[in-house]
Design a binder for this molecule. Structure first.
Ligand code: AHG
Ligand code: MN
Ligand code: MN
Ligand code: MN
Length: 335
């Protein structure tokens, strides 16, 4: 007799990817192997985080400043290197581009056959690292388009619709992996005793509307008046509640499951906001759209934005379709 719980225990991430593509085509095999490697990176990072406070040299700053102008944490570097190490041996990925590296990292051995590029945010929510709070990793997979002979990775400057797969790992009370390959959104929970990500929920749908608004209100006086008006509207309307953790992965995960909106609008000093298009906003937009939600700059769908440079930033408004439409209406019509 088939046992339902046992069946679920056997739905590992790599098997799930294959099942969704329902074929043993080369691309199904590749995506399954790629997701398996991302899962390994997630496990290595989760393992280090789980006893970070007990080890020397894990927490705190390195003393360096990254290409974003941010102070780098030791965990940012460790997690950045984990992805490189994991993919060096995969044979599948030719280039990796991350928040922590000014230029893409090439794995020349993989380049003749390695047709994929991994874009990633190794640790999302770095400021939470030293206080044992939720963190994430964000990933996006694209197919290399063209030869990239001059090493400029110009093909990455294409819209988010070119993503083959995207998702995130959430390091919370348990470690979860959420992904899409354009066929819905699915979540997995790491079972540490098995060392496997096991299916938690298939075809997640975001609520049409939700109570949460998630934004750093410390920037209130640096926003455009339209965003201030939206937040005033939320303040005087019953049924809204604020949640902001410092890690967009955890804030957006809550919104994916329970509804609401996350905003990182432009500010006076940073008109494009803070979040980076290629490895933060676009992958999360792919996930949220696949779950029935929306992601916009306020004027344009995030997935339509074509990057002009690797580390380009965009304003981001993402979440339940009705909440996003309301913010958009403040931006476009003032109410
Ligand atoms: P990262 O840690 O990868 O640099 O990204 C942090 C991002 C995001 O996760 C978070 O929502 C936001 O920056 C927080 O920024 P503020 O402190 O400006 O609110
Ligand atoms: Mn950072
Ligand atoms: Mn980030
Ligand atoms: Mn980061």
């Amino acid at each position: 007799v088939a046992d339902k719980a046992l069946d679920r225990d056997c739905t590992t991430l790599s098997r799930h990817v294959l099942q969704q593509l329902q074929s043993f085509s080369p691309q199904a095999q590749d995506l399954s192997a790629l997701m398996n490697r991302i899962a390994l990176a997630g496990k290595l990072i989760a393992r280090r985080l789980s006893h970070a406070g007990l080890m020397e040299g894990v927490l705190g700053f390195t003393g360096d400043v990254n290409v974003q102008g941010e102070s780098v944490k030791k965990m940012d570097v460790y997690a950045n290197d984990v992805f490189i190490s994991v993919f060096k041996q995969s044979g599948l990925v030719c280039r990796l581009a991350s928040e922590e590296m000014e230029k893409p990292y090439y794995i020349p051995e993989n380049c003749p056959i390695g047709r994929y590029t991994l874009l990633y945010d190794p640790i999302d929510g770095s400021s939470n690292t030293d206080t044992n709070l939720s963190l994430g990793s964000i990933f996006s997979i694209r197919q290399q388009e063209g030869s990239d002979l001059n090493g400029e990775a110009a093909d990455l400057l294409a819209s988010g619709r070119h993503q083959l797969a995207a998702g995130y790992i959430l390091y919370g009370p348990s470690t979860m992996l959420v992904y899409t390959i354009g066929r819905g959104v699915h979540s997995f929970t790491l079972d540490p005793s098995l060392g496997e990500f096991i299916l938690t929920e298939e075809n997640i749908r975001i609520p049409e509307h939700g109570p949460v608004y998630s934004v750093n209100e410390g920037n209130f006086w640096q926003w455009d008046e339209s965003i201030r008006e939206y937040v005033r509207y939320v303040h005087r309307t019953e049924g809204y509640t604020a949640r902001y953790s410092g890690a967009m992965v955890s804030d957006i995960h809550r919104i994916l499951l329970q509804g609401g909106v996350f905003l990182y609008p432009g500010t006076l000093p940073k008109p494009e906001g803070k979040l980076r298009l290629l490895y933060e906003s676009a992958p999360l937009a792919f996930v949220i759209e696949q779950a029935g939600g929306r992601a916009t700059t306020g004027h344009m769908d995030i997935l339509e934005v074509v990057a002009k440079k690797l580390h380009q930033r965009t304003p981001l408004i993402i979440g339940s379709p009705k909440n996003v439409a309301k913010v958009e209406s403040f931006i476009q019509n003032g109410h």
